[in-house]
Design a protein around this ligand. Structure first.
Ligand code: G3P
Ligand code: MG
Length: 242
């Protein structure tokens, strides 16, 4: 089972910053996940939320800021252990940092309600801009129309279905929808990642990757349940004292 660094080594450094990605690489991560947005002036950037409330204490929305403005906000301000200034990185910077180390990269495209029209083609262009990157990348999204548009644009792109608000009843229909878009990976919340659910998804032919797993106990339980990977803020989670 793979340990996928979630927003970089975000348990040890401010999430989705170059510091967190650099640390993940130095800790030996080979599998990476991060979240993609777009600024008003069209730059693809890496950050979790649609605004900077949580990270920088500013309600500014990424879609309404030019990158020059966004880059003045401290995305590390929330991280008590190390609040020294870190800007929201450009996607290209993150790809340059993790790309050479990566076996696998999961770009989670945040596009609820289609807030970033045309982002699919732009992400595909970024993936095509570096040798070998497209092949080791997988795009996921909670916005399933976004996944459908990616599939229309690219028959070959690996897709991951991000299950949202799922329960035992909604799981089987979600698996059918994931199959319809030809996703190869199904990303499941830890709270419903019980062995029968993991088995159902694997039987349907998907890899199962579980978010977010931040204790060794849960990681071992996921391994036992048959998960292919876990997204963790702690790339060294398996080395923890039990
Ligand atoms: O991609 C897995 C996980 O990151 C999805 O949830 O909210 O942490 O982006 P979130
Ligand atoms: Mg994410």
């Amino acid at each position: 089972m793979k340990i996928i660094s979630h927003r970089g080594a975000s348990g040890y450094a401010p999430e989705n910053t170059l510091k967190a990605f650099d640390l993940a690489v130095k800790m030996g991560s080979r599998d990476f996940e991060f979240d993609v947005h777009r600024t008003r002036d069209g730059r693809l950037v890496v950050h979790h939320d649609y605004d900077l409330s949580h990270t920088a204490g500013s309600p500014a929305r990424i879609a309404e800021l030019d990158y020059a403005e966004l880059s003045r906000l401290n995305a590390a301000a929330h991280f008590a252990a190390d609040p020294a200034f870190q800007r929201v990185p450009l996607l290209e910077e993150v790809l340059d940092m993790v790309g050479p180390a990566a076996d696998w990269i999961n770009l989670e495209v945040k596009n609820d309600g289609g807030v970033y029209p045309g982002i699919e083609a732009e992400v595909l262009a970024a993936l095509g801009s570096r040798p070998g990157l497209f092949e080791k990348s997988l795009v996921s999204s909670f916005d399933h129309d976004t996944l459908r548009r990616f599939r229309e644009l690219s028959p070959e792109l690996k897709l991951g279905w991000l299950g949202h608000g799922l329960n035992e009843i909604l799981l089987a229909p979600a698996v059918l929808k994931a199959r319809a878009v030809r996703a190869e990976s199904f990303h499941l919340a830890l709270r419903i990642a019980f062995r029968p659910n993991v088995a159902l998804i694997k039987k349907a032919g998907f890899a199962v990757r579980v978010y977010t797993v931040n204790s060794k106990k849960d990681a071992l339980r996921m391994k036992e349940a048959g998960a292919d990977g876990v997204f963790s803020n702690y790339p060294d989670i398996m080395e923890e004292e039990a």
